[in-house]
Design a protein around this ligand. Structure first.
Ligand code: SF4
Length: 467
């Protein structure tokens, strides 16, 4: 049984993509760590499949360079990324483990446009000494920032004993029935097998703070997003309009102002969109976001969380625990039973999963039973089934940014439907929708799986090469 912590689903990192940025970044870090005892004077990186087709637009080339230099995606000052990349470009040198080696990104990062390997997100590193190859490692970026090294099957969590091993939604409901505990509490007890309680508390605070900082930054930044598509940021203008033209210097003042906002449907609807736009505009600008469960879909969870925080009955930090434990476990279940990678399953695996996660977390907070929590997740995914991934120009901007607003609204609708329904009357259960998403992923034409070769990416021509 696969053991996944909710903190594998929620990871603090850098935009714009978890599978194309965070995963390759971690693979590069892993590769240079494996070379510690070896002498080498050159490294090359080969990118295959979706990593090659949309890698430029998704920042894969930037990510691997930062990984080779040993930068941590969780802590790197994002405003310095441009400087590091420019330095490598102009000096044709990269600093690996305190040693400078020759590295020309144009020559040493190779995009294999027409060569697909077994996994759609494959990258291979080679190290050389005096032109003789001395090391080779292949990694698969399997979605949500998870990586798998070719030839390795053991994971760090293999030896951890969970009090409540969960593989399906049915397992989760069974444990709640046996113990009388809510879903969030079952998940909390499992998480304590992975890490200490005080570490969990800190990690939840870090995730929450990073999400709010990201929304605040997005709501206070204007201009055109990078990449050449000329997409104009909209979150700041929307936030300013909703706040009657006022702009706030500090996060605290801004939060207090939103708390005083009208609570009619239209205002709340616009705020939810504003929060989601803010996160995904920041993501597209290579800023710090929380992968949840991916970067392209990183706006859904903060938008729904802040909907609850501002417009429902937020009672304190305990609510955050409930929300992240419940929503995170739903992400784990989709990763175990289907996929959270758009290169494998299209956008249903990104926005669909994030919407299902948010629907479940919100339903737990609003007092739903375990059956209603899973029902909310099922409804949210059911209405994302078949959603394709077709980012224009290979950039995580169109349709991605707006799509997060839709995922958030569907999550809230799904939660409301579940809270007013009896799960025993449901014809479709959660595990059936997970399986259906996986079946659909396998049937989906490859061009709709993060290749920028189909859908909007095909019909909306752009004036610059995707890669
Ligand atoms: S279309 Fe969906 S899955 Fe594809 S990059 Fe955009 S958000 Fe991610």
């Amino acid at each position: 049984m696969e053991k996944i912590s909710i903190f594998d689903i929620y990871k603090i990192g850098v935009g714009p993509s978890s599978s194309h940025t965070l995963g390759p970044w971690k693979a590069a870090l892993n590769f240079v760590t494996s070379l510690r005892e070896i002498k080498y004077d050159r490294i090359t990186i080969q990118l295959f499949g979706s990593l090659s087709k949309t890698g430029k637009g998704h920042g894969t080339d930037i990510a691997v360079q930062l990984g080779l230099e040993g930068h941590n995606p969780k802590t790197i000052p994002t405003e310095e990324i441009g400087f590091y990349i420019q330095k490598i470009q102009s000096t044709k040198q990269i600093t690996v483990e305190n040693t400078s080696i020759n590295f020309d990104p144009q020559r040493d990062i190779i995009f294999h446009q027409h060569e697909d390997l077994a996994h759609p997100n494959t990258l291979t590193f080679h190290a050389y000494l005096s032109d003789k190859q001395i090391a080779e490692s292949t990694y698969y970026s399997i979605g949500g920032g998870f990586i798998q090294k070719k030839g390795e099957t053991k994971t760090e969590s293999d030896d951890i004993e969970l009090p409540y091993p969960i593989q399906t939604g049915a397992d989760l409901v069974k444990y709640t029935a046996e113990t009388g505990l809510p879903i969030s509490e079952i998940v909390s007890l499992n998480e304590q097998a992975f890490r200490l309680k005080k570490v969990i508390t800190q990690e939840i605070a870090d995730i929450y703070n990073t999400m709010v900082e990201c929304v605040f930054k997005g709501c206070n930044t204007e201009g055109i997003l990078p990449g050449g598509l000329n997409v104009k940021r909209r979150a700041k203008a929307l936030s300013k309009t909703l706040l009657n033209g006022r702009v706030f210097e500090t996060e605290k003042e801004w939060i207090e102002a939103i708390k005083q906002q009208p609570r009619d449907f239209n205002s709340i609807n616009k705020w939810i969109s504003c929060f989601a736009l803010a996160v995904n505009e920041e993501n597209a600008a290579l800023s710090r976001v929380v992968t949840s469960p991916t970067n392209g879909a990183a706006g859904v969870i903060p938008a729904v969380m802040l909907y609850y925080y501002f417009f429902c009955d937020y009672k304190g930090k305990e609510d955050l625990r409930k929300f992240f434990f419940t929503s995170g476990e739903i992400g784990c279940l989709f990763k175990k039973g289907a996929t959270i990678s758009a290169a494998v399953g299209g956008c249903q695996a990104e926005i669909g999963v994030s919407s299902a996660m948010a629907a479940a977390g919100l339903t737990e907070l609003l007092g739903g039973s375990p059956g209603q929590v899973l029902m909310a997740a099922e409804i949210a995914m059911e209405h994302h089934l078949g959603l394709t991934c077709d980012p224009i120009g290979g950039l995580v901007q169109i349709p991605c940014i707006e799509r997060n607003t839709m995922g958030a609204m569907k999550a809230i609708t799904a939660s409301n439907l579940a809270l007013t329904s009896n799960p025993e009357d449901a014809i479709v259960n959660f595990d059936q929708v997970v399986k259906t998403m996986w079946d659909t992923a396998q049937d989906m034409n490859t061009k709709y799986k993060e290749t920028a070769e189909g859908g909007l990416a095909f019909n909306v021509p752009v004036a610059f090469p995707a890669c």
